[in-house]
Design a protein around this ligand. Structure first.
Ligand code: HEM
Length: 141
């Protein structure tokens, strides 16, 4: 008998729920005039990494690690100037996507708490216009 607690991944609804979450989230990012320019022209690769990371993080299969290794999320976000405003908008879209996906409790609250904390950790720029002027887009490989 499996006595372990079901994971957030399972409670949320597995792959189909996380696919919907990422689809809704990215559609909102694409329509956001502040966030869209921070993301690369082609959103598809990032969308896939987001799906593989989130399913793994919340207790699903370790597919992100298999393909990408250690997440090193803060480091992976350094090429993008993320200030308080960008973080707040990112978080608002993710919380809205959780609700649009109808993720049930207790997964909903656990995911909200994680995104609130982890998104603040991703801030790596302040809002000084001078700093934004100095920023250069990363080279696309
Ligand atoms: C809970 C907080 C966050 C998590 C879990 C998260 C997760 C991720 C993941 C897994 C990736 C793909 C990494 C890879 O290439 O392997 C990514 C990329 C990215 N994230 Fe985040 N992120 C967070 C917060 C933010 C915030 C606040 C912003 C602000 C705008 C942001 C902007 C981006 C951008 C621009 C990319 C690159 C997308 C691409 O290369 O297509 N992220 N993020």
């Amino acid at each position: 008998m499996d006595v372990s607690e079901p994971s957030v991944y399972e409670i949320a609804g597995g792959d189909p729920a996380f696919q919907k979450l990422v689809d809704v989230f990215y559609a909102r990012v694409e329509a956001d005039p502040v966030l869209r320019p921070l993301f690369p022209v082609d959103l598809e690769p990032g969308k896939r990494w987001q799906f593989l990371f989130l399913t793994q993080f919340f207790g699903g299969p370790p597919r992100y690690a298999a393909e990408r290794g250690h997440p090193r999320l803060r480091q992976r976000h350094f090429p993008f100037p993320i200030d308080q405003q960008a973080r707040d908008r990112w978080l608002a879209h993710m919380l809205a996507a959780i609700d649009e996906t109808a993720i049930p409790e207790p997964a909903r609250s656990e995911m909200r708490t994680y995104f609130e904390r982890a998104s603040a950790f991703m801030i790596n720029a302040d809002v000084e216009p001078d700093n934004l002027m100095k920023w250069q887009p990363p080279k696309q490989s």
